[in-house]
Design a protein around this ligand. Structure first.
Ligand SMILES: [Zn+2]
Ligand SMILES: [Zn+2]
Length: 128
């Protein structure tokens, strides 16, 4: 990987580290403010490379755009059904959960996702 690519990757990684579960558009919007010449395709490509290399987390919510996460350890999320924001759920990983699923489909379980859906405090305040 050449130097320019490395710098772009570091910039994108650093941006995600300072954001709270952004989607690709939000990462691009944050970067383009200070680096107007970077393309959307570059940001998107690097986000996926960083996720593949497990330098950032990638979350596919039940609804809405893919989000990126500075946390790479498995954890659960709360998703607001109004604004789509994700929050880390204050719940330890349910370590034994995979083995509690009965193996009735010849399926090998590798991981599980749990997403709690509701309404965040900001949206609750707006509705009031
Ligand atoms: Zn909300
Ligand atoms: Zn998270």
């Amino acid at each position: 990987m050449n130097r320019r690519n490395t710098i772009q990757k570091q910039l994108i990684s650093k941006t995600v580290m300072n954001m709270d579960h952004p989607d690709a558009d939000q990462v691009y919007a944050a970067i383009v403010k200070e680096h107007p010449h970077i393309s959307k395709a570059t940001v998107y490509r690097n986000l996926n490379i960083l996720a593949e290399q497990k330098e950032i987390g990638k979350i596919e919510p039940g609804e809405g755009a893919t989000k990126f996460d500075f946390r790479t350890d498995p954890h659960y999320h709360l998703r607001c059904r109004e604004c789509g924001r994700l929050f880390d759920a204050d719940l330890p990983l349910l370590e034994g959960l995979n083995s509690r699923v009965q193996n009735t489909h010849g399926f090998t379980i590798e991981k599980h996702n749990i997403e709690f859906v509701g309404i965040c405090s900001d949206c609750k305040n707006k509705i009031k």
